[in-house]
Design a protein around this ligand. Structure first.
Ligand code: F6R
Length: 366
């Protein structure tokens, strides 16, 4: 059932090109002009009534929500709050009929997320679930559902669910942008073309995993690893850090790169691996300054950058390149080497990859 792979996690990492293709199937207009969501069928009036979006989720799905905030705010120009489900439900959220509450959950059974969904409904919000499991509790409770169609995810560490959640929220943002007229048609088309290229690019990335494997073996016995990035790269850093912690038990921290000098820089000492994501062009120069700050403390820096970026090599010790893509699509590719890093680090340390200690696939207790 693992199809020749040693663990479910690595099988699921490799299933990503197919999973992300399935998520998009039937949802992109043939002429690339817009996203089609037959399951939503919203009108311009429906969308004009959405004054605010709140996204709630747990763990990896919460990290997908953080990326979703960038997508929905920047492309559809709707204010978005992202909240951890177990926090949302106890903070008397300012949610009403003009709020769209989005919950994201692979399993559709996470009890905190389900409770947050019920709370949002009680407050009168319109609700939308993004989930992978047809007929799950969350799918049944929400007013509307977008299925991610990633196929069953067995490994406790979420991989293909995350990438398909990102695709789903991006498509939702483009769908809303079209109805609200917040993006020029050419820009929508450009992003849809970029989406279509992703399965092939993810496949390309998975063809050459040797460098990542080598870094994992080389640094797999360090006790602390830092992940830094700005903007969307920061959101991906959070997910990379969680992945590494949960399966390899290496202590990892993700930091918005500009925040390092407000305290955390004290922890960067000689030899500490720092994974620096630098895929976002609008903050690229700022990111290079942050890389220089950690290099000055003798950290070992592994840069994650887009193919064609020769500049980065001057500043880092090693580089992992992802295929060149739009800044909004970069997270979907950039997370893949981080998933692989976590996987190979866990294998190097002899950890039980698919069933990490103390964790359950679906958390149905509070
Ligand atoms: C991390 C992981 C967890 C889940 C979280 C939410 O790899 O798997 O953090 O993402 O427990 O689960 P779902 O998405 O099923 O609600």
């Amino acid at each position: 059932e693992k199809g020749g792979y040693e663990h479910f996690m690595i099988k699921e990492i490799y299933e990503q090109p197919k999973a992300i293709r399935e998520t998009m199937t039937g949802r992109l207009a043939k002429d690339d002009s817009r996203v089609v969501f037959d399951e939503l069928k919203w009108t311009k009036e429906d969308v004009a009534n959405i004054k605010k979006i709140v996204i709630t989720a747990c763990g990896t799905a919460f990290h997908a929500g953080i990326v979703g905030k960038y997508y929905l705010e920047q492309l559809a120009r709707i204010p978005v709050e992202v909240d951890i489900a177990s926090e949302f439900r106890y903070r008397s959220p300012l949610t009403d009929e003009q709020t769209l509450a989005i919950v994201i959950s692979q399993s559709g059974e996470t009890s905190d997320t389900l409770a947050a969904l019920k709370e949002a409904k009680r407050l009168g919000a319109r609700t939308l679930a993004i989930t992978n499991v047809v007929g799950s509790s969350i799918a049944r409770e929400a007013d509307q559902v977008i299925y991610t169609w990633a196929g069953p995810e067995i490994a406790v560490a979420s991989t293909k669910a995350y990438t398909t959640q990102l695709i789903s929220v991006l498509m939702l943002a483009l769908y809303l942008a079209d109805l609200k007229g917040t993006l020029p048609p050419e820009r929508i088309q450009e992003l849809i073309k970029g989406l279509r290229a992703l399965p092939g690019q993810a496949h390309e990335l998975l063809e050459d995993v040797e460098p990542v494997k080598t870094f994992a073996q080389q640094y797999g016995f360090n006790e602390d690893v830092f992940f830094i990035g700005r903007s969307l790269d920061y959101a991906v850093a959070l997910e990379g850090s969680l992945k590494l912690k949960e399966i390899s038990y290496i202590h990892a921290e993700a930091y918005a790169a500009g925040e390092l000098k407000h305290g955390t820089l004290a922890l960067i000492i000689e030899g500490v691996p720092v994974i620096a994501l630098a895929t976002q062009h609008d903050v690229y120069e700022k990111m290079l300054s942050n890389i220089k700050e950690v290099k000055a403390r003798d950290a070992v820096v592994i840069g994650i950058a887009m193919k064609g970026d020769e500049e980065i090599k001057k500043y880092v010790d090693h580089t992992i390149f992802i295929p060149a893509t739009d800044k909004y699509l970069a997270p979907i590719l950039a997370v893949i080497p981080l998933q692989l890093l976590a996987y190979y680090a866990a294998v190097t340390r002899g950890a039980d990859v698919d069933k990490p200690r103390n964790l359950a696939k679906s958390v149905t207790v509070e």
